[in-house]
Write a new protein. Structure first.
Length: 377
């Protein structure tokens, strides 16, 4: 999209009359160039909270007041807007506030708390030097505002897109305002928020378990002298799955926490895509047989199994709703972990649950026979 320039460079001439307006115009021109360059080179979903350092939080929001007179208070925020403007707010003396909605219909999904910045506003700030004439504030800063937007009003979010960013979620239930502690704001990386740290720890554990389980399945299946059609198809699926794991291993191990949430969702969604693609290479009968076999060991019906994978693959990613995508991916990983772990523990691939039950009953009968005593004894 063609950008229209608002500010132009000053035509400086030796001996010209100079005023503060000339310097302000130059600052505005340079700032506009920087922001337009940042926008031109930015990638989708690459904005939001900066990576948090140590125990420091990139965002801190509280509620003040009581009852209907509550106020949202932004104590600190460190992040980047979609338009590339860096926001570093961490001054306890300059908190940004906005009143909670007290009139109108209460949206069921709550309100997005939106932080807006007007880059070209010049608000004097700092401590004046009493020895300086004329007296003035030494610095300027842009205008920051907090606004509440109903979650179902996506048009308003789009209109404030470039220099606005969602920082929290406000809910009201039974007349009480609360901040949603499960909400994850748009984030630059998986190191930007404590909840994202927790997700990464869980994902890394799941990937390790899946990798070990798939390798055991392949090892057992390859060693089987007379493989059944089910064993052959499970082996092919595991080979494809193992290949997908190997392609992400190095990057995941070395820079997992530097990945954006979008990149993490994209990477883990490839697991579901791999399985669905592998199933496409089987005949209808073979696929039904294998999915029924999976049902024996994970308790999920064939139609539900495919539906869960398909939903993960086709779910749209929303950077303002990161948690929705991560929850879907997490559920998919748990399902695959349960399935592959169960298969890896079998004596051989293709073994049915019925045969294990019959074997256990025979062992119990044998033990019972050996424990009987007679008068001869």
């Amino acid at each position: 999209m063609k950008e229209k320039k608002i500010y132009r460079p000053v035509n400086w001439k030796l001996g010209m009359s100079v005023s503060p307006d000339h310097f302000i115009a130059t600052e505005n021109y340079l700032l506009e160039c920087i922001l337009q360059n940042a926008k031109a080179f930015r990638t989708p979903f690459h904005y939001g909270l900066l990576p948090a350092l140590d125990d420091d939080r990139s965002v801190a929001i509280t509620l003040a007041g009581h009852g209907e007179q509550r106020t949202v208070v932004l104590e600190s925020y460190k992040g980047i807007t979609p338009g590339g403007y860096l926001i570093l707010l961490d001054d306890p003396e300059s908190k940004i506030t906005c009143p909670c909605e007290s009139e109108g219909e209460i949206p069921e999904e709550g309100w997005d708390i939106l932080l807006n910045v007007v880059p070209f506003d010049r608000n004097p700030c700092g401590i004046p030097d009493i020895n300086e004439t004329p007296s003035r504030y030494p610095y300027v800063e842009p205008t920051y505002r907090l606004t509440l937007l109903p979650r179902n009003n996506r048009k308003s979010v789009a209109e404030n897109y470039l220099y606005s960013v969602v920082i929290g979620l406000l809910r009201k239930q039974d007349g009480v305002y609360t901040l949603d502690g499960n909400y994850i704001p748009p984030s630059l990386s998986m190191a930007s928020h404590s909840r994202l740290h927790e997700y990464m720890a869980d994902f890394t554990r799941e990937i390790s378990i899946l990798d070990n389980a798939v390798k055991k399945i392949v090892e057992k299946t390859v060693a089987q002298p007379n493989r059944t059609p089910i064993a052959e198809n499970v082996l092919l699926l595991c080979k494809d799955f193992s290949h997908t794991l190997s392609t992400i291993y190095f990057e995941w191990r070395n820079k997992a926490h530097m990945l954006t949430p979008y990149e993490v969702v994209k990477t883990l969604t490839s697991f579901a895509s791999t399985i669905l693609t592998s199933l496409c290479f089987l005949s209808i009968k073979e696929k039904e047989t294998m999915l029924k076999y999976f049902h024996e060991w994970n308790g999920i019906s064939p139609s539900t199994f495919e539906q869960l994978l398909d939903e993960v693959v086709n779910k749209s990613y929303d950077h303002n709703r990161i948690n929705q995508s991560l929850v879907a991916v997490q559920g998919m990983l748990h399902m695959l972990e349960e399935l592959f772990t169960s298969l890896s523990r079998l004596e051989f691939i293709g073994q049915h649950r019925e045969s294990i039950v019959i074997s256990e009953r025979q062992m119990q009968d044998t033990v019972s026979e050996s424990n009987r005593w007679t008068l001869v004894d």
